[in-house]
Design a binder for this molecule. Structure first.
Ligand code: AMP
Length: 218
């Protein structure tokens, strides 16, 4: 059983890294932001409660997020383990988490703010099938349409300069102290996220004592 938390500022590539890890080792990837976005898109009760907050890039209340995490982890559908992405994001959430669950490691992906800005503002997602693109690192053949399904490529509503600046500020003020707390518990592995995707993946696997990406390929 492997229980990990993955942390890093928006645009550091943690979603991609978590998905690669989850796919190869059959871990469940629990992405809090995706759960909220799904609820907003599908007009659920939870979606209605968090809609405005998420669109503004502000943090949803601790009670709501903690309740959601508790329910999600209590499903126990993670036979081989889980990777928690987007939680905890402040000290109160971290304390709740440490009291309620145990974890094996916290993966901290470090990327300088200016690199993150360039990455985030060139991020696109297919409005139809949800595939991710990046106009710098992973360009579609045509910048307006999805290579896979031909759907229209759009920017996430919170991927704009104003919201990004707020989120970077919130991250440094509220989330960085969480990493410091986990560091004191000797749970953190630090990875340089400014390199290419595969190099980052293999470095974090090496530090976690997992087989490298190449050896896992069929
Ligand atoms: P993300 O995709 O991780 O950037 O999350 C998108 C949005 O979901 C954030 O801007 C917050 O509004 C909300 N959110 C995600 N995780 C949390 C959390 N741990 N605590 C509070 N709000 C969160």
């Amino acid at each position: 059983m492997h229980k990990y938390v993955i942390m890093g500022v928006q645009g550091c590539g943690k979603g991609t890294q978590a998905r690669m890890l989850a796919k190869d080792f059959d871990f469940v990837h629990i992405c809090v932001g995706d759960i909220f976005r799904w609820n907003i898109q599908n007009h659920t009760k939870l979606g209605a409660r968090v809609n405005r907050i998420v669109r503004a890039g502000k943090l949803v209340s601790d009670e709501l997020v903690e309740e959601m995490i508790r329910r999600r982890l209590e499903k126990h559908d993670w036979n081989f383990g889980f990777i928690l992405d987007g939680f905890p994001r402040n000290i109160a959430q971290a304390e709740f988490f440490l009291e309620s669950f145990d974890i094996d490691a916290v993966i901290s992906i470090n990327v300088p703010d200016d690199v993150v800005k360039a990455r985030v503002l060139s991020r696109r997602i297919c409005g139809q099938c949800g595939l991710d693109y990046n106009l710098i690192y992973h360009r579609p053949k045509n910048i307006q349409t999805c290579d896979a399904c031909g759907g229209e490529l759009i920017a996430r509503e919170d991927d704009n300069e104003k919201v990004l600046a707020d989120r970077l500020e919130t991250y440094h003020a509220k989330t960085k102290p969480v990493i410091d707390l986990f560091c004191r518990k000797e749970l953190v592995i630090e990875v340089d996220g400014s390199r290419d995707t595969l190099a980052v993946q293999n470095e974090l696997r090496e530090q976690l004592g997992l087989p490298t990406f190449q050896t896992c390929l069929p």
